[in-house]
Design a binder for this molecule. Structure first.
Ligand SMILES: NC(=O)CC[C@H](N)C(=O)O
Length: 346
């Protein structure tokens, strides 16, 4: 399936035209494999960007690592490169904690307390809170993620952490473990997140103690995943909350809809508009170099490469996802196949 089209100026070979644009599923495993191999080959030597250095453990990351995984809503997972290399999930956890809290508290309550609009400012901005009179604005920046984590149900810190760890593990279909090295490193250099939490608390925007909230948030960011895990977590959101490997209904379909909408507005921080314009799907990045993208009803795409742009998004991850979005015909706004996105803008 899929007519092979040569993209003008495409030095790395053909791009498969969007065979699946009008259908409800990803293209065949063979087409996905070809697209993954082509994306991997095209960007294998592109170690652009800088690794995050404000968290000491992340500064040691190897910028040559590059992994890609695609999981469909039926449990098929295809991959290329370092797809089994573990890394800390970082901000990608925000999407899933938001989903769990949205499920537990209800969409209007979370929307009122956290918000769903972009700040236009960096993910760890304190100015954004002040400019918005204490509103954390959206669940995908640190302020909104801290506010969301402060709403996690539980009698004490252990209960709340258990809720988060078990919930994210259900999305992945296996038990996700804490990377203690990353957790200890971030917990020891966490003044900014603690300040954000205290500032939100001063505006009565937190549902729990600011320092304990920051600790659970830091743990959620330190869960160890691979691109394979992320792709499955994404495919669970794509499949209306049912994990395609385990059959577990982790959250309701309406919660997935809410989560994908929040990702579309803010998943790549102040670059979310550029992302949606180019890739045309909701996505979420993290400073360890992961990017997860969701094709609603179809599946999840995950990329990992530690070199970041100034907003904290993996550069090679964005480029590879852009390529895959075009090659697999996943842009939600490209209703006509000939509107295949140009490859190479990123
Ligand atoms: N953008 C990110 O991935 C940031 C997550 C990181 N744990 C932080 O709070 O700074």
């Amino acid at each position: 399936m899929g007519e092979v089209i040569h993209n003008p100026g495409d030095s790395a070979g053909p791009v498969h035209e969007a065979a699946a644009v009008s259908t409800g599923s990803l293209p065949s495993a063979e087409v996905v494999d070809d697209a993954l191999s082509a994306a991997y080959a095209r960007f294998r030597d592109d170690a652009s960007g800088r690794v995050a250095d404000y968290i000491p453990a992340l500064a040691e990351a190897d910028p040559s690592l590059f992994g890609l995984s695609v999981a469909d809503v039926h449990g098929s997972v295809r991959q290329a490169g370092d797809a089994s290399h573990p890394f800390s999930i970082q901000s990608i956890s925000k999407a899933f904690v938001f989903a769990l809290v949205d499920q537990a508290l209800g969409r209007e309550s979370v929307r009122r307390r956290v918000g769903v609009n972009n700040t236009g400012l960096p993910f760890n901005s304190i100015l954004a809170i002040e400019l918005n009179h204490g509103s954390p604005m959206n669940p995908m920046v640190n302020a909104g993620a801290l506010a969301t984590t402060s709403l996690v149900p539980g009698a004490d810190a252990a209960d709340r952490w258990d809720f988060v760890q078990q919930g994210l593990s259900r999305f992945a279909g296996r038990e996700l473990k804490l990377d203690m090295r990353v957790y200890t490193s971030e917990a020891g250099s966490n003044q900014r997140n603690e300040s954000i939490a205290r500032l939100l608390d001063s505006y009565e925007r937190l549902g729990w103690d600011p320092i304990q909230t920051t600790d659970v948030y830091t743990k959620q960011c330190s869960l160890s995943v691979t691109t394979r895990d992320l792709a499955i977590m994404g495919s669970t959101l794509a499949a209306g909350g049912v994990n395609p490997l385990t059959g577990d209904q982790v959250v309701d379909a309406s919660v997935c809809r809410d989560t994908l909408a929040a990702l579309a507005t803010s998943g790549l921080y102040e670059r979310s508009g550029d992302w949606l314009y180019e890739i045309g799907m909701p996505g979420k990045s993290g400073v360890s170099g992961g990017i997860l993208t969701i094709a609603p009803g179809k599946g999840g795409l995950a990329a990992f490469s530690p070199g970041l742009d100034p907003a904290g998004n993996s550069i090679r991850g964005q480029r590879a996802t852009h390529y895959l979005s075009g090659a697999l015909g996943l842009n939600l706004f490209a209703s006509a196949p000939h509107l295949r996105p140009e490859v190479g803008t990123y």
